[in-house]
Design a protein around this ligand. Structure first.
Ligand SMILES: N[C@@H](CCC(=O)N[C@@H](CS)C(=O)NCC(=O)O)C(=O)O
Length: 204
């Protein structure tokens, strides 16, 4: 399999960490959707990261759809989705919160790239509020999970996506979150980032 995209994208990184957690071999091609547009469009004309090319040559896009596929390829004992329906619902909620946090972080970063006179403060306030709401709810979920990972000793997809989101926001928009306001998330992220699959898939 080939994974295309840079690890500074939380969407690419959640797929890369998951591939390592699954123990699935893959080639990582860290093409930028901006700087490497031509090369990227030769693989996927939509130029979206992540792109995954399967061993059969099917080109997939969107991290969640790619992870749905990989969950079926992975050995049963290394799958990253809890079996019980109530656990699955909680996992999907946590992943949804983390993906919303990623999306709101990206919107804030793009908005602040505009010239000052083109920035629209009510939009920035709205998105900042949504970002904080997502992290406050994630903080509650992670506090409730205690000292381990969310569904036991082994990190699953909800753990990976939440930890990747926190690191992403803290890296690209550090002034938006005070770690002291999110102690459980900060500690959880530090614990996840020490795992071999995270260390081997460091933020670009
Ligand atoms: N929902 C998508 C979001 C992916 C996404 O927005 N990727 C960005 C990089 S972080 C991208 O491809 N940007 C280029 C573009 O949209 O033109 C996913 O989960 O994969």
């Amino acid at each position: 399999m080939r994974l295309i995209g840079m690890l500074d994208s939380p969407y690419v990184r959640r797929v890369a960490v998951s591939l390592k957690a699954y123990g699935l071999p893959f080639i990582h091609e860290p093409l930028s959707v901006f700087r490497d547009f031509e090369a990227f469009s030769g693989i996927n004309p939509i130029v979206k990261a992540p792109t995954l090319v399967t061993d059969e040559g099917v080109t997939l896009l969107d991290s969640t759809l790619i992870l749905d596929y990989l969950e079926r390829v992975a050995p049963a004992e290394r799958r990253l989705t809890p079996d019980a329906l109530d656990d699955f619902a909680r996992a999907q909620r946590i992943i949804g919160l983390a993906l919303a946090a990623n999306e709101k972080t990206v919107q804030l970063v793009y908005e602040t790239k505009r010239p000052d006179e083109r920035q629209y403060e009510p939009w920035v306030e709205r998105v900042s509020g949504q970002l904080l709401a997502a992290y406050r709810l994630l903080e509650k979920e992670i506090t409730a999970a205690g000292d381990g990972f969310l569904f036991g000793a082994r990190p699953l997809q909800a753990d990976i996506t939440a930890a990747v989101a926190w690191r992403f926001t803290r890296s690209v928009a550090p002034d938006r979150l005070a770690p002291a306001d999110f102690p459980a998330l900060a500690e959880f992220s530090a614990r996840a980032e020490r795992l071999p699959e995270f260390v081997a898939t460091d933020f670009d």
